[in-house]
Write a protein that binds this ligand. Structure first.
Ligand code: UD1
Ligand code: CA
Length: 447
């Protein structure tokens, strides 16, 4: 099986995050950091994806499988360096044809075009390293070049003053033929300032074996690595700025772009309108021409063409709004399908429900879906009128063209075309209000 394999390094603890959660699982744009690296790698249409996990390996594996069920995970029990990490993949990738690309799980923003440029550069070099220029290059590894050729990579700790003055840095992304990469990492030693097996040493080893190495240079922003919470928040800001710009470019109206928060997998169609202060969690799709008004929180939902949502609405996982549905203020919808033209204007909770087309849900309606132990379904037919403040005690069915009276507690199925009223009948006592008031006042004077 030819084609590119990905090796994603994700074993590090990330101690500077000061967290119990493995670093690569910290959320960025509603997805674990690791998913961003996996998404970047997807540009190469990989035949294999190997994650090298260490700290929190079981959790890392679980999260990786959410993105790609076919991912392979290998354990690096002790973190002895990036070269050692790549070596762990040998058990899985020995004999694999095609190239291998090494990515870091904590470096989320590598662009598809950049990885494609590296792939193209492989026609000229056995080993291709992704570099970037940085005027204050700090502790990054430095790329020592000779004209076009990459001679070696020197880690900051091991670099001379002259080498530290180099501003061409190592991003960490490396590409080579899989068999070559595995041969090279097998030869890496740990005789250096950190006592670690450096992946970066493969360049010099390649040169000694008569192989050539080259550099592809990308923008520094792409190589942003996350080591601290501060860097995580900067990465979030960078992601949001880019995602908003992309949405605008794609024909989405964002009234106040800087207040809208998008997720890695948000999909918004052309001519959709998104008001201020709208937050997108994972798995939201919005069709062309839908409108989401100010202050909505959306997660795991689908909004069809012509639908309007908000202001102040919350759509939770499994909320499916068909065309021309209207969801108004202070409405929460979870695991519920609303057919075409349904109106849910105000102050309502719909959970575990299906609502037929053109049904109107009155203000204050609640599907009482939870009995304290189990969740139950509410089925509401088409063209139903649910009176305000109806409690629908699930499991319950309201048939087509039926009505419920305001304030009803509906515990039994309502047949099609019927009116159901479940509340105490009103009692009216003429003059009673005035007599009561007099009584209360006389009592107050005595005390
Ligand atoms: C590495 C590079 C450096 C480069 C920098 C870019 C080496 C020796 N150095 O340094 O040249 O400028 O990245 O950010 O490669 N990891 C493992 N197992 C290990 C060690 C690391 O999985 O045993 C993973 C980490 O979780 C992380 C990535 O590899 O995702 C990079 O490791 P890190 O320790 O951050 O490398 P740097 O010292 O930053
Ligand atoms: Ca790092």
């Amino acid at each position: 099986m030819a084609g590119t394999s990905l090796i994603i390094l994700a074993a590090g603890l990330g101690s500077r995050m000061n967290s119990d959660l493995p670093k690569v699982l910290h959320p960025l744009a509603g997805a674990p950091m690791l998913h961003h690296a996996m998404q970047a790698g997807r540009a190469l249409d990989p035949v294999r994806t190997v994650i090298v996990a260490g700290h929190g390996a079981a959790e890392v594996e679980k999260a990786a499988r959410v993105y790609d069920p076919d991912v392979e995970v290998v354990l690096q029990a002790e973190q002895l360096g990036t070269g050692h990490a790549v070596r762990q993949a040998a058990g899985l990738l020995t004999g694999q044809s095609g190239d291998a690309v090494v990515l870091y799980g904590d470096t989320p923003f590598i662009r598809a075009e950049t990885l494609e440029a590296m792939q193209a550069a492989r026609a000229r070099h056995a080993v291709v390293v992704l570099g970037f220029r940085h005027e204050g290059p700090g502790r990054y590894g430095r790329l020592v070049t000779q004209g076009e050729a990459l001679e070696r990579i020197v880690e900051y700790k091991d670099a001379t003053a002259e080498e530290r003055a180099i501003t061409l840095c190592n991003s960490g992304v490396i590409c080579a033929q899989t068999s070559v990469l595995l041969d090279l990492v097998a030869a890496v030693g740990n005789d250096n300032a950190s006592g670690e097996y450096y992946l970066t040493d493969i360049v010099q080893i390649a040169r000694e074996r008569g192989l050539t190495a080259g550099v592809v240079i990308c923008d520094e922003a792409e190589t942003l690595g996350i080591n601290t919470r501060a860097e995580l928040s900067q990465a979030e800001a960078a992601f949001q700025a880019r995602a908003r710009a992309e949405a605008l470019e794609n024909g989405v109206t964002l009234t106040a772009p800087e207040t809208v928060f998008l997720a890695l997998d948000t999909v918004i169609g052309r001519d959709a309108v998104i008001g201020p202060n709208v937050v997108f969690g994972p798995r939201v799709t919005i069709e062309s021409g839908a409108e989401v008004r100010a202050f909505c929180h959306l997660e795991g939902c689908h909004i069809s063409r012509g639908a309007t949502v908000g202001p102040f609405a919350r759509l939770r996982p499994g909320a499916e709004l068909a065309e021309d549905v209207h969801v108004g203020n202070f409405v929460e919808i979870k695991n519920a399908v609303l057919d075409e033209g349904v109106k849910v204007g105000h102050l309502t909770y719909l959970g575990d429900a299906h609502v037929g087309e053109k049904t109107n849900i009155g203000a204050g309606t609640i599907t009482c879906n939870y009995d304290g132990v189990n969740k139950h379904h509410t089925e509401i037919g088409p063209r139903v009128f649910i009176g305000s403040n109806t409690m629908l005690v699930a499991p319950v069915t309201v048939g087509r063209d039926a009505m419920t009276g305001s304030g009803s507690v509906i515990t039994e199925d309502v047949p099609a075309e019927a009116l159901a009223i479940g509340r105490a009948r009103q009692v009216t006592k003429p003059g009673m209000a005035v007599r009561l008031m007099d009584l209360f006042l006389s009592k107050k004077k005595k005390v």
